[in-house]
Design a protein around this ligand. Structure first.
Ligand code: ADP
Ligand code: MG
Length: 451
Protein backbone atom coordinates (compact mmCIF):
# COMPACT_ATOMS: atom_id res chain seq x y z
CA UNK A 1 0.00 0.00 0.00
CA UNK A 2 1.37 3.48 -0.76
CA UNK A 3 2.09 5.39 2.46
CA UNK A 4 -0.60 8.04 2.00
CA UNK A 5 -3.33 5.43 1.54
CA UNK A 6 -2.00 3.36 4.41
CA UNK A 7 -2.05 6.38 6.73
CA UNK A 8 -5.49 7.42 5.57
CA UNK A 9 -6.78 3.94 6.37
CA UNK A 10 -5.11 4.00 9.77
CA UNK A 11 -6.59 7.41 10.61
CA UNK A 12 -10.08 6.45 9.58
CA UNK A 13 -9.94 3.45 11.94
CA UNK A 14 -8.62 5.62 14.77
CA UNK A 15 -11.24 8.26 14.21
CA UNK A 16 -13.84 5.73 15.25
CA UNK A 17 -12.03 5.05 18.50
CA UNK A 18 -11.30 8.42 20.06
CA UNK A 19 -13.06 11.68 20.87
CA UNK A 20 -13.60 13.77 17.77
CA UNK A 21 -12.27 16.99 19.27
CA UNK A 22 -9.00 15.29 20.00
CA UNK A 23 -8.89 13.73 16.57
CA UNK A 24 -9.49 17.07 14.86
CA UNK A 25 -7.02 18.92 17.05
CA UNK A 26 -4.06 16.64 16.64
CA UNK A 27 -4.46 13.72 14.29
CA UNK A 28 -5.83 15.30 11.15
CA UNK A 29 -2.56 17.18 10.76
CA UNK A 30 -0.35 14.12 10.95
CA UNK A 31 1.50 12.69 7.96
CA UNK A 32 3.18 9.38 7.36
CA UNK A 33 6.60 10.28 5.97
CA UNK A 34 7.76 6.74 5.35
CA UNK A 35 7.24 3.16 6.40
CA UNK A 36 10.43 1.15 6.39
CA UNK A 37 11.49 -2.01 8.23
CA UNK A 38 8.32 -1.95 10.28
CA UNK A 39 8.84 1.65 11.44
CA UNK A 40 6.21 4.25 10.66
CA UNK A 41 7.77 7.71 10.72
CA UNK A 42 4.96 10.12 11.41
CA UNK A 43 5.06 13.89 11.73
CA UNK A 44 2.58 16.03 13.59
CA UNK A 45 1.92 19.74 13.76
CA UNK A 46 3.22 20.72 17.19
CA UNK A 47 5.13 19.63 20.24
CA UNK A 48 1.86 19.69 22.12
CA UNK A 49 0.34 17.28 19.63
CA UNK A 50 3.31 14.94 19.85
CA UNK A 51 3.09 14.88 23.62
CA UNK A 52 -0.65 14.18 23.59
CA UNK A 53 -0.47 11.51 20.91
CA UNK A 54 2.48 9.74 22.48
CA UNK A 55 0.92 9.73 25.90
CA UNK A 56 -2.57 8.67 25.00
CA UNK A 57 -2.90 7.14 21.61
CA UNK A 58 0.31 5.45 20.56
CA UNK A 59 -1.15 2.10 21.63
CA UNK A 60 -4.25 2.48 19.49
CA UNK A 61 -2.27 3.73 16.51
CA UNK A 62 0.08 0.80 16.77
CA UNK A 63 -2.67 -1.76 17.05
CA UNK A 64 -4.48 -0.38 14.02
CA UNK A 65 -1.21 -0.17 12.07
CA UNK A 66 -0.32 -3.75 13.06
CA UNK A 67 -3.67 -4.93 11.85
CA UNK A 68 -3.56 -3.13 8.52
CA UNK A 69 0.04 -4.00 7.71
CA UNK A 70 -0.22 -7.47 9.23
CA UNK A 71 3.08 -6.95 10.98
CA UNK A 72 4.61 -5.73 14.20
CA UNK A 73 5.07 -2.00 13.68
CA UNK A 74 6.77 0.75 15.63
CA UNK A 75 5.48 4.31 15.55
CA UNK A 76 7.96 7.18 15.72
CA UNK A 77 6.41 10.63 16.13
CA UNK A 78 8.30 13.80 15.32
CA UNK A 79 7.23 17.42 15.05
CA UNK A 80 7.12 18.89 11.56
CA UNK A 81 10.10 21.21 11.15
CA UNK A 82 8.00 24.20 10.05
CA UNK A 83 5.73 23.86 13.05
CA UNK A 84 8.35 23.83 15.74
CA UNK A 85 7.89 27.48 16.59
CA UNK A 86 4.13 27.49 16.28
CA UNK A 87 1.83 28.54 19.11
CA UNK A 88 0.32 25.89 21.32
CA UNK A 89 -3.24 24.67 21.14
CA UNK A 90 -4.07 25.62 24.72
CA UNK A 91 -7.68 26.71 24.13
CA UNK A 92 -8.46 23.48 22.31
CA UNK A 93 -6.92 21.48 25.10
CA UNK A 94 -9.21 23.18 27.58
CA UNK A 95 -12.15 22.31 25.44
CA UNK A 96 -11.09 18.66 25.33
CA UNK A 97 -10.68 18.60 29.09
CA UNK A 98 -14.20 19.96 29.48
CA UNK A 99 -15.71 17.43 27.10
CA UNK A 100 -13.92 14.64 28.84
CA UNK A 101 -15.30 15.61 32.20
CA UNK A 102 -18.78 14.87 30.85
CA UNK A 103 -17.95 11.52 29.32
CA UNK A 104 -19.15 8.58 31.40
CA UNK A 105 -16.00 6.91 32.68
CA UNK A 106 -16.96 3.43 31.69
CA UNK A 107 -17.65 4.06 28.04
CA UNK A 108 -14.24 5.66 27.92
CA UNK A 109 -12.58 2.66 29.52
CA UNK A 110 -14.60 -0.11 27.97
CA UNK A 111 -11.57 -1.02 25.81
CA UNK A 112 -13.89 -2.04 23.01
CA UNK A 113 -12.88 -1.54 19.43
CA UNK A 114 -15.77 0.07 17.57
CA UNK A 115 -15.00 -1.83 14.37
CA UNK A 116 -16.00 -5.15 15.96
CA UNK A 117 -19.74 -5.03 15.37
CA UNK A 118 -22.48 -7.49 14.44
CA UNK A 119 -22.72 -5.75 11.07
CA UNK A 120 -19.19 -6.64 10.12
CA UNK A 121 -19.46 -10.20 11.45
CA UNK A 122 -20.30 -12.72 8.74
CA UNK A 123 -22.56 -15.54 9.94
CA UNK A 124 -22.36 -19.06 8.53
CA UNK A 125 -22.68 -22.69 9.52
CA UNK A 126 -19.46 -22.56 11.54
CA UNK A 127 -20.62 -19.83 13.92
CA UNK A 128 -24.41 -19.78 13.67
CA UNK A 129 -25.13 -20.89 17.22
CA UNK A 130 -22.55 -18.61 18.81
CA UNK A 131 -23.83 -15.70 16.78
CA UNK A 132 -27.50 -16.33 17.66
CA UNK A 133 -26.66 -16.51 21.35
CA UNK A 134 -24.61 -13.33 21.05
CA UNK A 135 -27.56 -11.43 19.59
CA UNK A 136 -29.89 -12.73 22.29
CA UNK A 137 -27.47 -11.56 24.97
CA UNK A 138 -27.02 -8.14 23.43
CA UNK A 139 -30.80 -7.70 23.53
CA UNK A 140 -31.19 -8.98 27.09
CA UNK A 141 -27.87 -8.85 28.94
CA UNK A 142 -27.61 -10.74 32.21
CA UNK A 143 -30.82 -12.69 31.81
CA UNK A 144 -30.94 -15.30 29.07
CA UNK A 145 -27.52 -16.86 28.81
CA UNK A 146 -25.20 -16.20 31.70
CA UNK A 147 -22.29 -16.73 31.58
CA UNK A 148 -21.63 -17.11 27.85
CA UNK A 149 -18.50 -19.10 27.10
CA UNK A 150 -17.21 -19.01 23.51
CA UNK A 151 -14.34 -21.21 22.39
CA UNK A 152 -12.51 -21.84 19.12
CA UNK A 153 -9.07 -22.01 17.58
CA UNK A 154 -7.22 -18.74 16.97
CA UNK A 155 -8.38 -16.22 14.41
CA UNK A 156 -11.94 -17.53 14.17
CA UNK A 157 -13.77 -14.49 15.52
CA UNK A 158 -14.02 -14.88 19.31
CA UNK A 159 -12.73 -11.41 20.09
CA UNK A 160 -14.81 -9.91 17.31
CA UNK A 161 -18.07 -11.56 18.40
CA UNK A 162 -17.52 -10.85 22.08
CA UNK A 163 -16.81 -7.18 21.42
CA UNK A 164 -19.80 -6.96 19.07
CA UNK A 165 -22.00 -7.91 22.03
CA UNK A 166 -20.33 -5.24 24.16
CA UNK A 167 -20.74 -2.57 21.51
CA UNK A 168 -24.38 -3.48 20.98
CA UNK A 169 -25.11 -3.31 24.72
CA UNK A 170 -23.58 0.16 24.85
CA UNK A 171 -25.61 1.20 21.83
CA UNK A 172 -28.86 -0.01 23.39
CA UNK A 173 -28.32 1.37 26.83
CA UNK A 174 -27.14 4.90 27.31
CA UNK A 175 -24.54 5.13 30.03
CA UNK A 176 -24.24 1.35 30.07
CA UNK A 177 -21.08 -0.03 31.60
CA UNK A 178 -19.16 -2.63 29.69
CA UNK A 179 -15.60 -3.62 30.43
CA UNK A 180 -13.51 -5.70 28.07
CA UNK A 181 -10.23 -7.16 29.20
CA UNK A 182 -8.09 -10.23 28.61
CA UNK A 183 -7.25 -12.94 31.10
CA UNK A 184 -3.69 -11.70 30.90
CA UNK A 185 -4.49 -8.04 31.65
CA UNK A 186 -6.85 -9.03 34.42
CA UNK A 187 -4.03 -11.01 35.99
CA UNK A 188 -1.46 -8.24 35.57
CA UNK A 189 -3.78 -5.58 36.93
CA UNK A 190 -4.53 -7.66 39.93
CA UNK A 191 -0.89 -8.38 40.69
CA UNK A 192 -0.19 -4.68 40.41
CA UNK A 193 -3.08 -3.75 42.68
CA UNK A 194 -1.81 -6.13 45.33
CA UNK A 195 1.71 -4.74 45.06
CA UNK A 196 0.44 -1.16 45.32
CA UNK A 197 -1.75 -1.98 48.27
CA UNK A 198 1.37 -1.85 50.43
CA UNK A 199 1.66 1.85 49.68
CA UNK A 200 -1.87 2.76 48.80
CA UNK A 201 -4.53 1.14 50.88
CA UNK A 202 -7.35 1.46 48.35
CA UNK A 203 -5.71 -0.03 45.25
CA UNK A 204 -7.30 -3.46 45.60
CA UNK A 205 -10.74 -2.03 46.27
CA UNK A 206 -10.37 0.17 43.19
CA UNK A 207 -9.59 -2.91 41.16
CA UNK A 208 -12.66 -4.64 42.58
CA UNK A 209 -14.90 -1.63 41.93
CA UNK A 210 -13.82 -1.51 38.34
CA UNK A 211 -14.80 -5.10 37.62
CA UNK A 212 -17.79 -5.47 39.89
CA UNK A 213 -19.71 -2.34 38.97
CA UNK A 214 -20.48 -3.21 35.37
CA UNK A 215 -23.44 -4.35 33.30
CA UNK A 216 -21.25 -6.70 31.34
CA UNK A 217 -17.77 -8.06 31.94
CA UNK A 218 -15.95 -9.47 28.92
CA UNK A 219 -12.84 -11.55 29.58
CA UNK A 220 -11.03 -12.67 26.45
CA UNK A 221 -8.65 -15.65 26.51
CA UNK A 222 -9.64 -16.50 30.05
CA UNK A 223 -7.46 -19.64 29.98
CA UNK A 224 -4.59 -17.36 30.96
CA UNK A 225 -5.75 -17.18 34.57
CA UNK A 226 -5.44 -20.97 34.97
CA UNK A 227 -2.68 -22.11 37.27
CA UNK A 228 -2.59 -18.79 39.14
CA UNK A 229 -4.10 -19.23 42.55
CA UNK A 230 -4.68 -15.63 43.67
CA UNK A 231 -6.06 -14.54 40.31
CA UNK A 232 -8.48 -17.45 40.21
CA UNK A 233 -9.60 -16.69 43.74
CA UNK A 234 -10.23 -13.03 42.89
CA UNK A 235 -11.96 -13.89 39.66
CA UNK A 236 -14.18 -16.38 41.44
CA UNK A 237 -15.47 -13.62 43.73
CA UNK A 238 -15.87 -11.16 40.86
CA UNK A 239 -17.81 -13.78 38.96
CA UNK A 240 -20.14 -14.47 41.86
CA UNK A 241 -20.73 -10.79 42.59
CA UNK A 242 -21.73 -10.13 38.99
CA UNK A 243 -23.71 -13.31 38.56
CA UNK A 244 -25.81 -12.78 41.68
CA UNK A 245 -26.62 -9.28 40.48
CA UNK A 246 -27.69 -10.56 37.06
CA UNK A 247 -24.84 -8.86 35.28
CA UNK A 248 -23.66 -10.39 32.03
CA UNK A 249 -20.40 -12.33 31.94
CA UNK A 250 -18.82 -13.32 28.62
CA UNK A 251 -15.70 -15.43 28.39
CA UNK A 252 -13.62 -16.77 25.53
CA UNK A 253 -10.97 -19.42 25.37
CA UNK A 254 -9.13 -21.54 22.85
CA UNK A 255 -10.73 -24.69 24.30
CA UNK A 256 -13.70 -25.79 26.41
CA UNK A 257 -13.53 -25.22 30.21
CA UNK A 258 -12.90 -28.85 31.09
CA UNK A 259 -9.81 -28.94 28.86
CA UNK A 260 -8.17 -25.90 30.43
CA UNK A 261 -5.31 -27.36 32.43
CA UNK A 262 -5.04 -26.21 36.05
CA UNK A 263 -8.30 -24.30 36.01
CA UNK A 264 -9.94 -24.68 39.41
CA UNK A 265 -12.95 -26.97 39.41
CA UNK A 266 -15.22 -24.34 40.99
CA UNK A 267 -14.43 -22.02 38.06
CA UNK A 268 -14.82 -24.55 35.27
CA UNK A 269 -18.16 -25.65 36.69
CA UNK A 270 -19.32 -22.03 36.75
CA UNK A 271 -18.12 -21.46 33.21
CA UNK A 272 -20.25 -24.39 32.14
CA UNK A 273 -23.32 -23.32 34.07
CA UNK A 274 -24.62 -20.90 31.41
CA UNK A 275 -24.24 -21.29 27.68
CA UNK A 276 -21.20 -22.56 25.79
CA UNK A 277 -20.75 -22.34 22.04
CA UNK A 278 -17.82 -23.20 19.83
CA UNK A 279 -16.88 -21.89 16.42
CA UNK A 280 -15.16 -23.87 13.69
CA UNK A 281 -13.00 -22.86 10.77
CA UNK A 282 -15.13 -21.40 7.95
CA UNK A 283 -16.00 -23.51 4.91
CA UNK A 284 -15.34 -22.38 1.34
CA UNK A 285 -18.57 -20.41 0.87
CA UNK A 286 -18.08 -18.69 4.15
CA UNK A 287 -14.47 -17.82 3.34
CA UNK A 288 -15.58 -16.30 0.06
CA UNK A 289 -18.30 -14.30 1.80
CA UNK A 290 -15.90 -12.98 4.42
CA UNK A 291 -13.35 -11.93 1.82
CA UNK A 292 -15.94 -10.08 -0.25
CA UNK A 293 -17.22 -8.32 2.83
CA UNK A 294 -13.72 -7.23 3.88
CA UNK A 295 -12.95 -6.13 0.36
CA UNK A 296 -16.07 -3.96 0.24
CA UNK A 297 -15.48 -2.61 3.71
CA UNK A 298 -11.91 -1.57 2.91
CA UNK A 299 -12.83 -0.59 -0.68
CA UNK A 300 -10.04 -2.71 -2.10
CA UNK A 301 -9.83 -2.96 -5.90
CA UNK A 302 -10.02 -6.76 -6.07
CA UNK A 303 -12.32 -8.86 -8.26
CA UNK A 304 -14.58 -11.68 -7.04
CA UNK A 305 -12.46 -14.04 -9.09
CA UNK A 306 -9.43 -13.15 -6.98
CA UNK A 307 -11.23 -13.23 -3.62
CA UNK A 308 -12.60 -16.69 -4.53
CA UNK A 309 -9.12 -17.80 -5.52
CA UNK A 310 -7.82 -16.75 -2.09
CA UNK A 311 -10.78 -18.46 -0.38
CA UNK A 312 -9.86 -21.74 -2.08
CA UNK A 313 -6.28 -21.60 -0.90
CA UNK A 314 -6.21 -20.08 2.57
CA UNK A 315 -7.96 -22.58 4.81
CA UNK A 316 -6.70 -22.01 8.31
CA UNK A 317 -8.58 -19.09 9.83
CA UNK A 318 -10.12 -15.67 9.22
CA UNK A 319 -7.11 -13.72 10.40
CA UNK A 320 -4.99 -15.49 7.78
CA UNK A 321 -7.63 -14.80 5.17
CA UNK A 322 -7.57 -11.09 5.95
CA UNK A 323 -3.77 -11.08 5.88
CA UNK A 324 -3.72 -12.75 2.47
CA UNK A 325 -6.32 -10.32 1.11
CA UNK A 326 -4.31 -7.30 2.27
CA UNK A 327 -1.05 -8.67 0.86
CA UNK A 328 -2.64 -9.39 -2.50
CA UNK A 329 -4.34 -6.01 -2.66
CA UNK A 330 -1.10 -4.23 -1.77
CA UNK A 331 0.39 -5.52 -5.03
CA UNK A 332 -2.52 -4.15 -7.01
CA UNK A 333 -2.27 -0.77 -5.33
CA UNK A 334 1.46 -0.59 -5.93
CA UNK A 335 1.11 -1.36 -9.65
CA UNK A 336 -2.08 0.66 -10.08
CA UNK A 337 -3.87 -2.09 -11.99
CA UNK A 338 -6.22 -4.91 -11.06
CA UNK A 339 -4.55 -7.94 -9.49
CA UNK A 340 -4.51 -10.99 -11.74
CA UNK A 341 -4.94 -14.58 -10.62
CA UNK A 342 -1.29 -15.22 -11.51
CA UNK A 343 -0.14 -12.41 -9.26
CA UNK A 344 -2.37 -13.62 -6.44
CA UNK A 345 -0.97 -17.15 -6.83
CA UNK A 346 2.57 -15.82 -6.71
CA UNK A 347 1.89 -13.87 -3.49
CA UNK A 348 0.11 -16.72 -1.73
CA UNK A 349 2.99 -19.02 -2.67
CA UNK A 350 5.44 -16.55 -1.18
CA UNK A 351 3.43 -16.27 2.02
CA UNK A 352 3.34 -20.05 2.39
CA UNK A 353 7.10 -20.30 1.86
CA UNK A 354 7.82 -17.60 4.43
CA UNK A 355 5.63 -19.33 6.97
CA UNK A 356 7.37 -22.64 6.49
CA UNK A 357 10.80 -21.09 6.82
CA UNK A 358 9.94 -19.29 10.00
CA UNK A 359 9.30 -22.31 12.19
CA UNK A 360 12.07 -22.95 14.65
CA UNK A 361 12.10 -25.85 17.07
CA UNK A 362 12.10 -23.38 19.97
CA UNK A 363 8.98 -21.59 18.70
CA UNK A 364 7.20 -24.89 18.36
CA UNK A 365 8.22 -26.21 21.77
CA UNK A 366 7.24 -22.91 23.40
CA UNK A 367 3.85 -23.00 21.71
CA UNK A 368 3.22 -26.53 22.97
CA UNK A 369 4.36 -25.62 26.51
CA UNK A 370 2.04 -22.65 26.66
CA UNK A 371 -0.87 -24.53 25.12
CA UNK A 372 -0.68 -27.22 27.79
CA UNK A 373 0.40 -24.85 30.53
CA UNK A 374 3.58 -26.80 31.31
CA UNK A 375 7.09 -25.46 31.78
CA UNK A 376 9.52 -25.44 28.87
CA UNK A 377 12.21 -27.10 31.03
CA UNK A 378 9.79 -29.89 31.91
CA UNK A 379 9.02 -30.55 28.27
CA UNK A 380 12.70 -30.97 27.54
CA UNK A 381 13.58 -32.53 30.89
CA UNK A 382 13.33 -36.00 32.41
CA UNK A 383 9.92 -35.80 34.16
CA UNK A 384 7.61 -38.71 33.41
CA UNK A 385 4.31 -37.47 34.81
CA UNK A 386 1.39 -37.89 32.44
CA UNK A 387 0.78 -34.13 32.23
CA UNK A 388 4.17 -33.58 30.60
CA UNK A 389 4.67 -36.85 28.72
CA UNK A 390 1.92 -36.34 26.13
CA UNK A 391 2.74 -32.65 25.50
CA UNK A 392 6.37 -33.69 25.05
CA UNK A 393 5.40 -36.31 22.49
CA UNK A 394 3.27 -33.73 20.70
CA UNK A 395 6.15 -31.25 20.69
CA UNK A 396 8.41 -33.91 19.16
CA UNK A 397 5.79 -34.72 16.55
CA UNK A 398 5.31 -31.07 15.60
CA UNK A 399 9.01 -30.23 15.47
CA UNK A 400 9.63 -33.29 13.35
CA UNK A 401 6.79 -32.67 10.92
CA UNK A 402 7.23 -28.90 10.64
CA UNK A 403 11.01 -28.61 10.48
CA UNK A 404 12.07 -31.96 9.02
CA UNK A 405 14.72 -32.05 11.71
CA UNK A 406 16.58 -35.43 11.90
CA UNK A 407 15.43 -37.64 14.78
CA UNK A 408 18.89 -37.78 16.31
CA UNK A 409 19.07 -33.98 16.63
CA UNK A 410 15.52 -33.99 17.93
CA UNK A 411 16.46 -36.45 20.67
CA UNK A 412 19.32 -34.16 21.67
CA UNK A 413 17.06 -31.14 21.90
CA UNK A 414 14.71 -33.07 24.14
CA UNK A 415 17.22 -33.68 26.91
CA UNK A 416 19.41 -36.25 25.16
CA UNK A 417 16.71 -38.81 24.46
CA UNK A 418 17.40 -41.74 22.15
CA UNK A 419 16.25 -41.44 18.53
CA UNK A 420 14.06 -44.53 18.93
CA UNK A 421 12.13 -42.70 21.66
CA UNK A 422 11.54 -39.86 19.23
CA UNK A 423 10.32 -42.20 16.50
CA UNK A 424 8.01 -44.01 18.90
CA UNK A 425 6.56 -40.71 20.19
CA UNK A 426 6.01 -39.12 16.80
CA UNK A 427 4.44 -42.28 15.33
CA UNK A 428 2.10 -42.50 18.27
CA UNK A 429 0.91 -38.91 17.84
CA UNK A 430 0.65 -39.25 14.05
CA UNK A 431 -1.76 -42.13 14.62
CA UNK A 432 -3.70 -40.30 17.34
CA UNK A 433 -4.21 -37.33 15.03
CA UNK A 434 -6.12 -39.64 12.69
CA UNK A 435 -8.19 -41.44 15.29
CA UNK A 436 -8.75 -38.99 18.13
CA UNK A 437 -10.70 -35.84 17.27
CA UNK A 438 -9.62 -34.00 20.40
CA UNK A 439 -5.97 -34.67 19.64
CA UNK A 440 -6.51 -33.52 16.08
CA UNK A 441 -8.13 -30.30 17.28
CA UNK A 442 -5.34 -29.66 19.79
CA UNK A 443 -2.73 -30.03 17.04
CA UNK A 444 -4.66 -27.65 14.77
CA UNK A 445 -4.92 -25.11 17.60
CA UNK A 446 -1.22 -25.25 18.34
CA UNK A 447 -0.29 -24.92 14.67
CA UNK A 448 -2.60 -21.96 14.24
CA UNK A 449 -1.06 -20.33 17.28
CA UNK A 450 2.30 -20.60 15.51
CA UNK A 451 1.32 -18.73 12.38
P1 ADP B 1 -9.95 -14.85 17.74
O1 ADP B 1 -10.24 -13.91 18.87
O2 ADP B 1 -10.84 -16.04 17.71
O3 ADP B 1 -8.50 -15.23 17.67
P2 ADP B 1 -10.59 -12.56 16.11
O4 ADP B 1 -11.92 -12.20 16.65
O5 ADP B 1 -9.44 -11.73 16.53
O6 ADP B 1 -10.28 -14.08 16.38
O7 ADP B 1 -10.69 -12.59 14.52
C1 ADP B 1 -9.55 -12.44 13.67
C2 ADP B 1 -9.89 -11.50 12.53
O8 ADP B 1 -10.85 -12.12 11.70
C3 ADP B 1 -10.50 -10.21 13.01
O9 ADP B 1 -10.02 -9.16 12.23
C4 ADP B 1 -12.00 -10.41 12.80
O10 ADP B 1 -12.64 -9.18 12.50
C5 ADP B 1 -12.03 -11.33 11.62
N1 ADP B 1 -13.19 -12.25 11.65
C6 ADP B 1 -13.27 -13.42 12.33
N2 ADP B 1 -14.45 -14.02 12.13
C7 ADP B 1 -15.15 -13.20 11.30
C8 ADP B 1 -16.46 -13.27 10.71
N3 ADP B 1 -17.28 -14.30 10.94
N4 ADP B 1 -16.83 -12.25 9.91
C9 ADP B 1 -16.00 -11.22 9.66
N5 ADP B 1 -14.77 -11.10 10.17
C10 ADP B 1 -14.33 -12.07 10.99
MG1 MG C 1 -8.95 -13.16 20.31
Amino acid sequence: MPTDILWKNILSEIEKEITSSFFKAFLTKTKLINYENGVLNVTCASEQARFQIENKYLGIIKSVADKLTQSNTKIVMTVEEAAKKAVTEAPLLDQIAKEKAHDPVFTLNSNLSTSYTFDSFVVGPNNRLASAVAHAIADNPGTVYNPFFIYSGVGLGKTHLMQAIGNEILKNKKGGRVVYTTGESFTNEMVEAIQNSKRQYSSVSKFRDKYRNVDALLIDDVQFIAGRETTQEEFFHTFNALYLNHKQIILTSDRPPKDIARLEERLSSRFLSGMTADMQAPDLDMRSAILRQKRDQLKLPITNEVTDFIAERVLSNVRELEGALLKVSAVGQASGSAVTIDQAAEILGQVAREQRKNYTSTDIIKAVASYYNVKLVDLKGPRRQAEVVVPRQIAMYLVRSLTQMPVITLGEIFGGRDHSTVIHATDKIALAVKTDTKMNQDIINIKQGLL
